[in-house]
Ligand binder design. Structure first.
Ligand SMILES: [Zn+2]
Length: 125
């Protein structure tokens, strides 16, 4: 599927979710409407929970319809870990990591193989 970008509101939401779960991680799955990422499904237990997002990722069944994932790195290092890469290869092609301090530019998007990709931020009407 072709992904045109992410809605600005959705990106803001992901950054806020990162802030609210800090110092823990959150994890979510993403889906699109007409090629734009607009839907965020939080993985239960990842906000305020004690398990790391990578552990919870392993419990997610393969799910048709998700184009990728989003999770936070409280360390602020915005690059995928080994566990992240193992998960990325199972679900979709666009994986967003938001990092502390969760500002406007504290995020990146990665392909399943861990290479960084440009993701356009699309203003909401
Ligand atoms: Zn990670």
């Amino acid at each position: 599927m072709n992904i045109r970008g992410i809605s600005a509101d959705t990106l803001s939401l992901l950054l806020i979710m990162g802030q609210e779960s800090h110092p823990r991680e959150f994890a979510a799955l993403l889906s699109t409407e007409e090629g734009v990422i607009r839907n965020v499904d939080i993985i239960p237990g990842t906000i305020g929970g004690s398990a790391s997002a990578s552990v919870l990722f392993e419990m997610i069944p393969l799910n048709v319809g998700y184009i990728g994932s989003a999770h936070s790195h409280p360390s602020g290092a915005i690059r995928p870990s080994e566990a992240d890469l193992a998960f990325f290869s199972r679900t979709g092609s666009c994986h967003i990591i938001v990092g502390h301090p969760y500002g406007q530019d504290d995020w990146r998007c990665f392909h399943a193989d861990g290479t960084s990709i440009e993701l356009e931020v699309i203003p909401d009407e």
